[in-house]
Design a protein around this ligand. Structure first.
Ligand code: FAD
Length: 281
C-alpha cells in the first residue's frame, strides 16, 4: 500500500566547511522527496547561532527552484529577551516563516537559565513580538520528557505551549507506536487539535542510538535492543533491521492518522530516503 504524507527533515549545523558540503549533498538527495521544509537545530544558549544562520540561509537559497522552506530551531534557555528578539528580527528580515521553538538544555551545572524559563514562554514571546508572522512548531513527548514531574504535568506543559500560540508539534523520536497513539488521544481529550507529527529516527548505529536514547528519554524496546546487540559489529544487518522496524513504525503511525513524518536525518540522506521510498512505493 502506498502512503502519501507530509514530510519534513532535520539537519544539525555542521562545524566545518567539509561538514557543510556534506549537508548540501544530503539535502540535494533529500530534496527530491519534496519535503515541506528542512529544519536546522540550534545549540542551547546560542552555541551554534552563526552556524544555524548559515545552514538556514543556505537552505533558503539552495536548489534550482529558488530555494527550500527552511525552519530554524530556536531555544530560549540561557538567553535574554533582547538576544532572542534580535534573532527573530534577522529571520523576519530574511523571509523565514517557520520556527521550531524550544526550551533547550544547558550542560548540567552551567549558570544562568536566562529570561524565559520554559518553551511556552518563548512561544508567547514570539507571538508578542512578531504576531502571526511565524508558523511555530513545538516539541512533544509521547514517552514524556525526562525532567517532567509527572506525565500529567508534561501533558499540561504541552497544552500551555499550544495555548501560547504553537501551530503544530514535532515529537521526540520513539519506537513504540502505542505511546504516540496514547499521547494523541490524551491531547484530544484535553481539546488540543494542533497537528502532532511523529519525529522519526533512522538507525545507522545501535551504540549511538543507545547513547542518544538514554540522554533524551526515548525507550528502545527490549526485543529491538536484543536483536541489535545480537548483530554486534555487523553494520549491514543493523542497517537492514533498522530500516525494517522504522519503516513498519512509520506505516503504523500513518495508518493511525499521524499528520506527517519529521525525520532526524543526522545530515545523512540514505536511510531517510530509503524509508520514504518504501512508504511511498
Ligand atoms: P519545555 O516544553 O519547556 O519542557 C521542558 C520540561 O519542563 C518538561 O519536563 C516539562 O514538563 C517541564 N515544564 C514545562 N513548563 C513547566 C513549568 N511551568 N513548571 C515546571 N515544569 C515545567 N534542543 C536543542 O538544544 N536544540 C534544538 O534544536 C532542539 N531541537 C529539538 C527538536 C525536537 C522536535 C525535539 C522533540 C527536541 C529538540 N531539542 C532541541 C531538545 C529540547 O530542547 C529538550 O528536550 C529540552 O529538554 C526541552 O525542550 P522543550 O522545548 O520541550 O521544553
Amino acid at each position: 500500500m502506498s502512503l502519501d504524507f507530509e514530510l519534513s527533515i532535520e539537519f544539525f549545523p555542521p562545524q566545518t566547511a567539509e561538514g557543510m558540503d556534506k549537508l548540501r549533498a544530503a539535502r540535494d538527495k533529500l530534496a527530491v522527496l519534496n519535503p515541506t521544509f528542512f529544519s536546522v537545530t540550534y545549540g542551547a544558549g546560542g552555541s551554534t547561532q552563526e552556524r544555524t544562520f548559515e545552514a538556514v540561509f543556505d537552505t533558503q537559497t539552495a536548489g534550482i527552484a529558488g530555494g527550500y522552506e527552511a525552519a530554524p530551531h530556536l531555544s530560549c534557555v540561557g538567553s535574554s529577551r533582547d538576544s532572542i528578539r534580535a534573532i527573530l528580527q534577522r529571520y523576519q528580515e530574511r523571509g523565514i516563516r517557520r520556527i521550531v521553538a524550544l526550551r533547550g538544555d544547558l550542560p548540567s551545572g552551567t549558570g544562568d537559565p536566562g529570561e524565559l524559563r520554559y518553551a511556552n514562554e518563548l512561544v508567547a514571546f514570539i507571538r508578542a513580538e512578531t504576531g502571526d508572522h511565524f508558523h511555530i512548531e513545538v516539541a512533544a513527548y509521547p514517552e514524556w520528557h525526562p525532567q517532567a514531574r509527572s506525565p500529567r504535568e508534561d501533558l499540561l506543559a504541552f497544552k500551555r505551549k499550544v495555548d501560547a500560540g504553537a501551530d503544530s508539534a514535532i515529537t521526540q523520536y520513539f519506537f513504540n507506536a502505542d505511546a504516540y497513539e496514547h499521547f494523541t488521544d490524551e491531547c484530544q481529550a484535553l481539546g488540543i487539535t494542533t497537528p502532532i507529527v511523529p519525529g522519526i529516527m533512522p538507525i545507522a548505529s545501535f551504540s549511538k542510538l543507545a547513547r542518544f536514547s538514554d540522554a533524551c528519554g526515548a525507550e528502545i524496546p527490549r526485543w529491538m535492543r536484543k536483536k541489535f546487540e545480537g548483530f554486534g559489529d555487523d553494520t549491514d544487518s543493523v542497517k537492514a533491521f533498522g530500516l525494517d522496524v522504522v519503516t513498519e513504525l512509520c506505516e503504523r503511525l500513518l495508518k493511525a492518522g499521524a499528520p506527517g513524518l519529521h525525520f532526524y536525518s543526522m545530515n545523512q540522506a540514505e536511510l531517510t530516503a530509503e524509508i520514504v521510498r518504501r512508504l511511498r512505493a
